[in-house]
Design a protein around this ligand. Structure first.
Ligand SMILES: [Fe+2]
Length: 240
């Protein structure tokens, strides 16, 4: 009887152990992409001595960008820990997944934005981006007016001049927050932040129009040109 009991107990333990392992395998991932990825603040992109956008305004805004870099790193860390701890089906894991678009775009769009601002800029009408703008809008002024109006869209977000990599066509888009309205696969060529934090220090809450005019006076068109030429030179010719 004792022998039978021990045998049954052993078999039960083996079965429980097997079920436990199976369960862990289904709900636990020891390594997910970006587990050890650490983004760093792109210090070389920080502009200064701009016309109509003060260094104080840029510094204040820059700190928010740094916050997004930290948040992206923290988000990847948390997702890795949750995955490793078998919480793939938890509400918190689901919530963090939803945050990807907000935090990543918050980081990346700020890098495009600061990267296309520079002091003492000059416009060179012969650049390819100008030709493309004229081809799409009829004139540079038409495009600028359209971009300004895009930037004045009510709500917090971004105005972005996008290029379609397959057709090379250009389009002005308004992005709500950081993640709503981006077009998958399109390349940001010129990026303008129109959250109030981008101009509150210099222009107060009602000063978006003045800020947009100042922004356009500080666009580094050589950077915009490079982004556009990189896209033209890419081998992407079709989506499917
Ligand atoms: Fe911003």
């Amino acid at each position: 009887m004792k022998k039978f009991f021990l045998k049954t107990l052993t078999l039960s333990l083996i079965l429980l152990s097997f079920l436990g392992c199976s369960s862990n395998k289904k709900n636990n991932i020891e390594s997910i992409p970006m587990k050890n990825k650490k983004y760093i603040v792109q210090e070389n992109l920080k502009p200064s001595n701009l016309s109509g956008i003060s260094d104080n305004q840029i510094s204040d805004h820059w700190n928010l960008y740094v916050g997004y870099v930290n948040q992206v790193n923290k988000l990847n860390e948390e997702l890795s820990e949750l995955a490793a701890n078998g919480q793939l089906n938890s509400l918190i894991y689901s919530d963090r997944r939803r945050q990807y678009g907000f935090e990543y775009n918050g980081m990346v769009l700020h890098e495009y934005y600061f990267g296309n601002l520079k002091n003492n800029v000059t416009k060179k009408e012969s650049e390819e981006i100008y030709s493309a703008i004229k081809k799409n809008w009829g004139s540079f002024d038409n495009w600028a007016q359209d971009f300004i109006n895009t930037g004045k869209t009510r709500g917090i977000g971004w105005a972005i001049l996008y290029a379609d990599p397959t057709t090379k066509d250009l389009i002005n888009c308004f992005i709500s927050e950081h993640q709503i309205g981006n077009i998958a696969g399109f390349m940001p060529i010129l990026v303008m932040d129109v959250w109030e934090h981008a101009y509150m220090v210099d222009h107060k809450a009602g000063g978006r129009g003045d800020y947009i005019n100042a922004f356009l006076n500080n666009v580094d068109w050589s950077v915009v040109e490079k982004r556009y030429k990189d896209l033209i030179d890419s081998k992407i010719t079709k989506r499917f």
